[in-house]
Design a protein around this ligand. Structure first.
Ligand code: KG4
Ligand code: ZN
Length: 339
């Protein structure tokens, strides 16, 4: 059978990324141009700056992805692109670029849901992984617990009621003066702290045991800091970071294990930026080993926003016959389809 080569393009937030993926699971190149240094100055992603940087970088990133893969646009079979959810101006850059290439080269255009991309990152390094499996998606904008019933087909069991997991990491990091992006900084600082130093609340949602809420633990950290400041006490930032992280990881693992038991799932995956968190990876792996479940997680480079995960997701959509027309637009609040 002829190889299928897909160019995956991702520009939904602050990474301009492109990748060439062969037959859905072989990554020939994975180029990520991160804007983190630029947004650090402002303590978070500034949408207009993100869009402007994407437009400046996207052609170079795509050319580099093609060069590294040793192919040209003429070798491609389809173009996959994130069309939502995300920042509208940022998404539009990738979508317009993908449409232009598809139009010029008469190639099929496959719009991809960003979260479907994150989930698909698990396929890249695990050739044995096939649906159905349970997946915890934890990123800067999303926290979902889903059953991946088939490629691109999801049953949502739980979601966050307020902040996303990554958002909580970023907000707590800002409060303790670590700067942006907070997740990796809390991860690092926590290694020097005692995760049991401070007991932070673990929110339980009465009517849906698989839902999450992180605003309580975030407020508890802020209250702890305020109280320490008012009473002139020193704050051990490493202990604080480790205790916060422990509270979040506990809940993520507990809810995932509960859903696995209730739905009889024995394959568990994690995805999204927060999935590169060291403590979460170890805790989830241990919990899975204890129950004889198989645990999957992408390498950190495929957890962060990247084009390879979009190329992989686009491949399975392509096989199913998903094609988008010239009217494809950015959809900033695109829902994860329960098809
Ligand atoms: O998936 P992603 O790159 O972008 C979105 O789709 O949102 O996720 C970014 C989020 C940020 O909130 C960042 O702080 C968090 O992932 N993150 C981490 C770690 N690395 C990135 N959170 C905890 N521990 C990490 N090591
Ligand atoms: Zn993402």
């Amino acid at each position: 059978m002829k190889d299928i080569l897909i160019l995956g393009i991702e520009s939904s937030c602050d990474e301009t990324a492109a990748s060439v993926v062969k037959n859905g699971r072989t990554v020939l190149s994975n180029i990520i141009s991160s804007q983190i240094e630029l947004h650090k100055l402002y303590g978070g992603v500034v949408p207009e700056i993100a869009s402007r940087k994407h437009i400046e970088k996207i052609n170079q990133v795509i050319q580099q992805a093609l060069d590294e893969a040793g192919v040209t646009l003429d070798d491609l079979d389809a173009i996959g692109v994130t069309y939502g959810p995300g920042l509208v101006g940022a998404l539009l850059v990738g979508v317009a670029e993908a449409k232009a290439i598809a139009y010029a080269k008469k190639l099929p255009l496959v719009g991809v849901h960003h979260i479907e991309g994150h989930v698909s990152a698990n396929y890249i390094e695990h050739p044995d992984l096939e649906p159905p499996f349970l997946c915890l998606i934890v990123s800067g904008g999303h926290t979902h617990l889903v059953i991946v019933k088939d490629y691109g087909k999801f049953q949502i069991l739980g979601r966050t009621r307020d902040d996303a997991a990554g958002e909580a990491f970023d907000k707590v990091a800002r409060a303790i003066g670590l700067g942006y992006p907070g997740g990796p900084k809390i991860d690092k600082l926590s290694k020097e702290g005692n995760p049991h130093a401070i007991e932070f609340p673990r929110a339980k949602i009465g009517d849906c045991p698989y839902d999450f809420s992180f605003s309580g633990v975030k407020s508890a950290v802020l209250n702890y800091l305020n109280h320490a400041q008012m009473t002139g006490q020193d704050v051990n930032r490493a202990d604080l970071a480790a205790s916060f992280q422990n509270a979040v990881v506990d809940v993520l693992v507990e809810h995932t294990m509960l859903a696995a038991r209730d739905y009889g799932m024995k394959k568990i995956a994690i995805a999204g930026g927060v999935a590169s968190n060291g403590t979460l990876r170890v805790a989830m792996d241990e919990a899975c080993q204890k129950r004889d479940y198989k645990f999957y997680c992408p390498s950190p480079i495929f957890c962060t926003d990247n084009g390879a995960m979009i190329g992989t997701a686009a491949y399975y959509e392509y096989l199913k016959g998903t094609r988008h027309g010239w009217d494809l637009n950015a959809v900033p609040n695109l829902k994860l389809g329960e098809r």
